[in-house]
Design a protein around this ligand. Sequence first.
Ligand code: NDP
Length: 495
Amino acid sequence: MARKMLIDAEVSNSVEEEQYDFDLFVIGAGSGGVRASRTSAALGAKVAICELPFHPISSEVIGGVGGTCVIRGCVPKKILVYGASFAGEFEDARNFGWELNEKIDFNWKKLLHNKTQEILRLNGIYKRMLSNSGVKMFEGEGKVVGPHEVELTQLDGTKLSFSTKHILIATGSRAQRVPIPGQELAITSDEALSLEELPKRAVVLGGGYIAVEFASIWRGMGATVDLFYRKELPLRGFDDEMRNTVARNLEGRGIKLHPGATLKELIKTDEGIRVITDNGQELMADVVLFATGRAPNTKRVNLQAAGVELDRSGAVKVDEFSQTNIPSIWAVGDVTNRINLTPVALMEGSCFSKTVFGGQPTKPDYRDVPCAVFCIPPLSVVGLSEEQAVEGAKGDIVIFTSTFNPMKNTISGRQEKTMMKLIVDGETDKVLGASMCGPDAAEIMQGIAIAMKCGATKAQFDSTVGIHPSAAEEFVTMRTETRRIAAGSKPKTNL
Ligand code: NDP
């Protein structure tokens, strides 16, 4: 309540009697912006939101109601992952008795078309959700011109100005390019989702989420894939042992890994793109993907002119309630560069509404945020990695691992291990972290995340009856300690 009074005092101070066009103007209709608009409107606020329209194929125009997740991120990516996963399924089917004698064809254009149709459908649903919630939607680019003023440039170039009690910046992030000679020949994930032709030879630069996901997609669709990353293993920041499992599985699926390497130059030739690496290799590619991180979308929103502080990466600096240094201006989602995931932006959007319009100051809770990397097979984690748990631990950390051949592989013959891991506080028995690399990891980890949010102990995992036969039951049958790490020691992962 104290916080609510502070906000009201700061914002309304000398303008108590002033009338605004809106209570809230949201710039950016992605996951965070749409959620915040709808929940604020449901709490009685008069809300407007602006967003650019999008072209379903061309990636020239950024924008689109639904944002990165719906238009050029999670949703189209997952559709392509589903498409690519059939390749492995067809291979696995043979030993289950399926005769696949005829040549199996893959029609990329058909998948592309169906993917685009689905995105258009979702874009329509998002627009309808906004309008049904009473949110006024503007098509155009929004710019902050003062603590309570937004300028909107419409598609025909005409400008509109609005006054608003609060402004929410929810402009997301955009893919980064690497400044090497020939960089214009490379694409980012924006274009990768809508390529006219499926590449036969793909080179991917980066070791993060997008790099391993696209490597899996193109490999599944039959391309040769060379994946270059600077570190020894992909997916920096994840548990080292799990990173190693992902690397082995990517290799097992036929992706050529190039650890400790990067790209130096790209040259256009008649045969494709000649790729020159920093360790002197040369290879030819039809497509080169830069999957080298994303940067907050703050350049065109005029924030600095309005006095909003940005950090060194260009992200909007916010406090625990998503409020900037200008009391009437707030920010949620990737543009704040906290945890850049759709469900986190949704949480931040809901907390914003409760804080500003619900009389319930609410901080987003970043503990135990689960996530998944949709490489094939996927990795999913919640809580701490072994390295994070051991760092600064006051007592022993106990590690339980299970590496096994999933039942399906015993018949299909696929040589690919699933790995699961639990990280436990030796003193309290609380489960601090859980990870899985293997089929359906994301589906399984969501339930584990609930248990961890409830503070589950290893003893409670052990007392839970398994679902048999499933891979998931391994999480409740890991009885033997793999290792115990004394406080002050280093992680003992054998890679
Ligand atoms: P990430 O931050 O995950 O990874 C970026 C990768 O690019 C790292 O491997 C990094 O290497 C490498 N890199 C950065 N700069 C260079 C450079 N100059 N030369 C060579 N390599 C470079 O970014 P992504 O683009 O993969 O994804 C962006 C974000 O989007 C993710 O962090 C995630 O938050 C979100 N996302 C989530 C997904 C999901 O939930 N499934 C899917 C896709 C994206 P190094 O490690 O050496 O720094």
